[in-house]
Design a protein around this ligand. Structure first.
Ligand SMILES: NC(=O)c1ccc[n+]([C@@H]2O[C@H](COP(=O)([O-])OP(=O)(O)OC[C@H]3O[C@@H](n4cnc5c(N)ncnc54)[C@H](OP(=O)(O)O)[C@@H]3O)[C@@H](O)[C@H]2O)c1
Length: 324
């Protein structure tokens, strides 16, 4: 099968290569998926799990990409809950070969059914951003209606979903980003926007929850904005400062079938818009992950292209992917 591999940690995304790899076999409780669309987070290439297995042995060449939408083609011994031919989406194991490939083996419990009216491209854009936000806001952040939330990087893949889901939950959302992101962030449902390049973060006042996708100095400064009893949730490593009288939490997203289903239902009924930027093929994936100019939204790799006339429509797809 065709797959993207990495072998050189220092090379970053420029070191990605399109090669031929053997098709994966289904282990106990696995399914093999024909990947239709794949998502990738560039920081994966800095995570130890991309380079070594759980015993810290070199596992290169490894296939990156850990979110997918596709169709089940085989079941492993003992696998239940999914069937061959079923449309699915979800998050794959950080320590196994990933989804920038024509096929991937993944434990069935990591996947949820993808409803027939949701395009594979949309499905592949949801697992990492959607689950990270769900877990960050509702599990780690214990967000409740009426609270205020500061969402950093609110025009990005994770931040735009955090903005929408926090607002739907009845929170007052303040989004941050670069000056050019103001309109995008307000359109995703933030009530206020803070331009991190020109505005003073401390002018925000006190909030109940900070959802941080940036870290560094911005994360550190944000700890001081949290009310007593509030929480700083970071998805970019342990916070450098803790809020006075509050909690600081950092976590790595986990698979959850029920949460995936909650997320995709919101996409279907229009409560949640996904944030897809570029859509590329597997052949062009390396170039797509090494853009020469700033790109907004998530890059999705359409591994198995479908003819335009057969493609299911979804309003969130970029204009060039909508049926004619
Ligand atoms: N822990 C976990 O489980 C987990 C899960 C998912 C993601 N993550 C991490 O979360 C981070 C964000 O992921 P993403 O997919 O949302 O990325 P993304 O789509 O690039 O979004 C990040 C947003 O923040 C903005 N931003 C970054 N630094 C900024 C700064 N100094 N000032 C103003 N705006 C700034 C970016 O603007 P520009 O594009 O202009 O830089 C972009 O709009 C990544 O580091 C990723 O690894 C962690």
């Amino acid at each position: 099968m065709k797959a993207i591999v990495v072998t050189d940690q220092a090379a970053g995304t420029a070191g990605m290569k399109l090669v031929d790899r053997p098709e994966p076999q289904a282990a106990i409780n696995d399914v093999v998926i024909q990947v239709h669309a794949s998502g990738f987070v560039p920081t994966e290439l800095t995570w130890p799990s991309t380079w070594t297995d759980r015993l810290d042995r070199d596992r290169t060449p490894s296939i990156p990409g850990h979110e997918l939408a596709g169709v089940v083609t085989a079941l492993g011994y003992g696998t239940s809950g999914l069937s061959v031919g079923q449309r699915v989406f979800g998050l794959t194991d950080w320590y196994r070969d990933g989804t920038l490939a024509e096929y991937v083996a993944v434990e069935a419990r990591n996947l949820a059914p993808l409803p027939g009216d949701v395009d594979f491209t949309v499905g592949a854009s949801l697992p990492i951003s959607g689950l990270t936000v769900w877990q960050g806001l509702f599990e780690h952040g214990r967000l409740r209606a009426g609270q205020s939330v500061l969402v950093h990087g609110a025009a990005g893949a994770v931040g735009s979903m955090a903005t929408q889901l926090a607002r739907e939950a009845g929170a007052f959302v303040i989004g941050t980003g670069r000056a050019a992101d103001r309109q995008t962030v307000l359109e995703f449902g933030a009530k206020e926007f803070v331009d991190l390049e020109n505005d003073a973060l401390e002018d925000v006042g006190k909030v109940d929850l900070v959802f941080d996708v940036i870290g560094g100095g911005i994360g550190k400064q944000s700890a001081g904005l949290i009310r007593v009893g509030g929480t700083l949730v970071s998805v970019v490593g342990p916070p450098e400062a803790r809020p006075d009288g509050g909690l600081a939490v950092d976590f790595v997203v986990e698979s959850d079938r029920t949460q995936l289903s909650e997320i995709v239902e919101r996409v279907r009924d229009g409560r949640l818009r996904t944030n897809i930027g570029a859509v590329s093929t597997l052949d062009d994936a390396v170039a797509a992950f090494n853009p020469t100019e700033r790109r907004k939204g998530k890059t999705i790799i359409r591994v198995l292209p479908t003819p335009l006339r057969n493609r299911q429509w979804h309003g969130d797809l970029p204009g060039d992917l909508r049926p004619i």
